[in-house]
Design a protein around this ligand. Structure first.
Ligand code: SF4
Length: 460
């Protein structure tokens, strides 16, 4: 069977830029569509191609003509859901014979959204096994009723088959089909730094229940971690000098985190790592940061979200402001850069912006991110805020827009948001950070790929 897996184009919209002409001077990263590579890895008997519309300007119809797929599968986050629908509609219009499948985060938290005449199936959750079973069904190898986590029309009613995600659903023996995105390699880079980064998936889901987050729903609230051996194997296959471990909390299980570090050392893997970690994990196990620093940890993404206990409680974050501060200190004592996420509520007043700006400045967060609180459908805060939503168009659910009414005037709210970015993302930042975040003398001397990157960046 010929299967085309599609990563939809950038389709999110930003009011701050569109309406107020304020540019968010910040780093953007065009990452590889790892989730599609993972799906493709489990379909090796089929003729699969990945069409990354974020990296490839080929008109979609031309791609359909050239590849002639039997099945088109698309993955989408909430802000890409409309774009995914448009593409699936275009697919059916091009040929009603092509089987259309929607999957990804938005399909998982809101499968009904894809209940459309031009969408044949909706895949929920991780999807690796479900999609392979669906392909088997289409080839008359198994029964539809045996497939868990599949949304389909049944006698005019849209039904989703039950699913209990388990460890074996990770199918970790199956390698991601990285070769299918090799053609786009040059597009996967940090714009300002011109550095490419590979993604490696290490675990899925989360046991926490932060009220704004939809990540945990992928596994029904479980944290399903790949074995250290599988993680290190995948790191070994990555070609880039920098590796981003994609995971809600890479250090969530300290024994496993230590084992991964030890295997990286044993295998003499010389790479720089960026990981995600919760502040409470860092505060509880500071030794892990030291261990990982030794094997190349350069930056940690931490979702601080709020700077006061009351806000953290409101998000059910299960941390405190004191824990956040301890985590910041531990990371800085170890020379690790912090990519810190903060949530800006549309209910912010002038003083709230002042306090957040002071906090980030005082704690010297190297790369702060300011997400606007967005009630994503399917999350607890959606229920809390749904009556106050003034923008329904999911194109604006990019976490940069106030989709509920702002307390300040809308213009003032975006001015203050723009000021946060302006303060922490001055023009000189990229090169300064480049030297701190990516390179150090030893790495430059010993790692050939770093030399190549250096030549590309500085033209030397
Ligand atoms: S924000 Fe992070 S810790 Fe909270 S539920 Fe989501 S993935 Fe888990």
């Amino acid at each position: 069977m010929k299967i085309l897996l599609v990563n939809p184009p950038n389709s999110g919209k930003n009011i701050i830029e569109e309406k107020y002409g304020i540019s968010l001077i910040r780093e953007t990263f065009k990452g590889e569509p790892l989730s599609l590579e993972v799906l493709a890895g489990n379909l090796r008997e089929e003729a699969v191609d990945i069409f990354d519309m974020k990296a490839d300007n080929t008109p979609y119809e031309q791609k359909l003509k050239e590849f002639t797929p039997d099945l088109v599968g698309i993955t989408a986050m909430t802000c890409e859901a409309n774009a995914a629908l448009r593409i699936l509609k275009e697919t059916k219009a091009y040929s009603p014979k092509i089987v259309t499948v929607a999957g990804g985060i938005h399909a998982t938290i809101n499968p009904e959204f894809f209940n459309q005449p031009f969408v044949d199936y909706v895949v929920i959750g991780i999807g690796k096994k479900t999609l392979a079973l669906l392909v088997g069904y289409l080839k008359h190898e198994n029964e539809l009723k045996e497939i868990p986590g599949l949304g389909v029309q049944n006698n005019g009613k849209f039904c989703v088959s039950p699913q209990k995600t388990r460890q074996e659903d990770l199918l970790e023996e199956v390698l991601p089909a990285r070769e299918l995105v090799k053609k786009y390699k040059s597009a996967y880079y940090l714009n300002n730094f011109n550095i490419s980064i590979d993604f490696v998936d290490t675990a899925y889901g989360c046991t926490n229940r932060c009220s704004f987050c939809c990540l945990w729903s992928i596994t029904g609230g479980k944290y399903l971690a790949k074995t250290p051996q599988a993680v290190v194997r995948d790191i070994g296959f990555s070609e880039s000098f920098c590796v981003r471990l994609v995971d809600a909390n890479t250090f969530g299980n300290s024994r496993r985190a230590k084992e991964i570090a030890s295997l990286i050392k044993q295998n003499r893997i010389n790479k720089l790592f960026v990981v995600d970690a919760r502040a409470d994990t860092i505060a509880r196990q500071p030794e892990l940061i030291g261990i990982w620093k030794e094997i190349g940890l350069k930056a940690v993404v931490v979702g601080f979200e709020e700077i006061e206990d009351i806000g953290l409680r409101g998000f059910n974050k299960r941390t405190t402001a004191d824990i956040n501060t301890r985590a910041i200190n531990i990371l800085h004592e170890n020379g690790i850069n912090i990519i810190g996420d903060f949530i800006v509520s549309p209910e912010y007043e002038e003083t709230d912006f002042d306090k957040l700006s002071d906090y980030v400045g005082k704690h010297k967060i190297e790369l702060p991110g300011f997400s606007v609180l967005t009630p994503l459908p399917g999350t607890p805060i959606y229920e809390q805020f749904k009556e106050q939503i003034i923008i329904d168009n999911l194109d604006y659910y990019t976490l940069t827009n106030a989709v509920i009414r702002t307390k300040l005037s809308e213009k003032r709210f975006y001015q203050r948001l723009g000021q946060l970015y302006k303060r922490f993302y001055s023009q000189s930042l990229p090169k300064r950070l480049l030297s701190r975040l990516i390179f150090n003398e030893t790495a430059i001397k010993t790692i050939h790929s770093a030399k190549k990157q250096l030549r590309r960046v500085f033209g030397c």
